[in-house]
Design a protein around this ligand. Structure first.
Ligand code: PLP
Length: 414
């Protein structure tokens, strides 16, 4: 798992930490150890400043105004679209649709492409490790259309059973919707292979990039996915902004999601014609400030360098897995060969929430519970896990704090 490329520039983590003001705060009298990055990442000063600058200098509604502030706001908003296009290597800028996040992006596809293309008796394939956001919208669609959800099983390490995936494909399969990297196990799924197989049967594929966009290099052209969704807040950007990428020819065929301002060309009481891409899917005043600041987050990540971030996070993950699995009673959940920086574990006989509460007393923020993956927890026959997830600003010393905290917590709870 560790990168062996010696050309990768090591991160100056101490300097990096100074860019994230929240890391200076104390929790319960201790230095904050923030290991809940898979839920949301902390925000660097450049993002916070971009938000402030927008509101202090050029807050205006976009696309509609001809005054200077409206033009500046529009230019900044559209500049984020260009940066996202580059970040995921989309062919066209109009393939980038701004949403409120991954959840909205998936619901958009289910409600538009799904309603248009899925009929009674059809099948949609998802996997056993999906987040509820990539289960429930498809379940709702299946209920409406009398279609069926099929589930790719996973093995005990938390990896797709690829033979079973191939067996699930049938002439009735209309879509494959899978997570790129699991939020609860960290598993990086072989999306290229999954897409290639689906495409051999002319089945489009949606990839949930909520957890992958921050860690992996995303190239939607190379991946050849038909839809890709991401959330800004997982990539050090503000909450309330996300992206739906779709292949232009698919987006053009799809009906709009919400009706309202901006998504129209012409409205009469008899008839409405819709705007061109991407505006057809961006009804109403969007989340302008957060979208503008999202660009600052992407620029920041690009400047630090994803390769360097990844090498640092991989080293931390390996170290944490070694240290945690050495503690008596701790069992790792999710030991796939290819993982992002997520370490999930349970302690036999102890509820994950009790551990989470004790760790918080030591200033350590982890997530406990089912991580919005209840079917996955059922698959492992556990109520939930304790999840530590690492970002560019985390350190080995913080992992040592977690290990110490775990040893103390286990002594108290067992
Ligand atoms: C894998 C995965 N999919 C979907 C989501 C939903 O993302 P959001 O809450 O930003 O819409 C998350 C959030 O944790 C996630 O980890």
């Amino acid at each position: 798992m560790i990168s062996t490329n010696t050309d990768i520039k090591p991160l100056d983590v101490a300097a990096m930490r100074k860019e994230f003001p929240v890391l200076e705060r104390k929790v319960k009298g201790r230095n904050l150890v923030y290991f809940d990055n898979a839920a949301t990442a902390q925000k660097p000063k450049v993002v916070i400043n971009a938000l402030m600058h927008y509101y202090q200098q050029y807050n205006a509604n976009i696309h509609r105004g001809i005054h200077s502030l409206a033009e500046e706001a529009t230019a900044a908003f559209e500049a984020t679209r260009d940066t996202v296009q580059q970040f995921i290597n989309a062919t066209h800028r109009e393939e980038i649709i701004f949403t409120g996040g991954v959840t909205e992006g998936i619901n958009l596809v289910a409600a538009t492409w799904g309603r248009q293309n899925v009929s009674e008796g059809d099948e949609i394939i998802i996997s056993a490790m999906e987040h509820h956001s990539n289960i429930v919208p498809w379940q709702m669609l299946c209920l409406e259309k009398k279609a069926t959800l099929k589930i790719i099983p996973i093995n005990d390490k938390g990896e797709f059973v690829m033979d079973e995936y191939e067996k699930l494909i049938s002439p009735k399969t209309k879509l494959v919707a899978i997570v790129h990297a699991s939020n609860s196990l960290g598993t990086i799924n072989p999306v290229k292979e999954i897409i290639e197989i689906a495409h051999q049967h002319n089945i489009p594929v949606l990839v949930d990039g909520a957890q992958s966009a921050v860690h992996l290099d995303i190239d939607v052209q190379d991946m050849d996915c038909d839809f890709f969704v991401l959330s800004s807040h997982k990539i050090y950007g503000p909450t309330g902004v996300g992206v739906l990428y779709g292949k232009k020819e698919l987006l053009e065929e799809m009906p709009p999601y919400m009706g309202g301002g901006e998504m129209i060309k012409e409205v009469t009481f008899d008839h409405t014609t819709y705007n061109e891409l991407p505006y057809k899917f961006e009804a109403g005043t969007p989340n302008i400030a957060d979208t503008v600041a999202f660009k600052a987050a992407l620029d920041f990540v690009n400047e630090v360098g994803k390769e360097s971030i990844r090498a640092h996070e991989e080293a931390l993950t390996k170290y944490a897995m070694e240290k945690l699995s050495g503690i008596e009673g701790v069992r790792l959940v999710g030991t796939a060969r290819h993982k992002t920086s997520v370490v999930s574990f349970i302690v036999d006989g102890v509820h994950p929430q009790d551990i989470g509460i004790l760790l918080d007393n030591y200033g350590i923020a982890v997530r406990t519970g089912h991580h919005c993956c209840q079917p996955l927890m059922n698959r492992f026959e556990i109520p939930g896990t304790v999840r530590a997830s690492f970002a560019m600003y985390n350190t080995k010393e913080e992992v040592d704090e977690l290990v110490k905290g775990m040893e103390k917590a286990i002594k108290m709870l067992k």
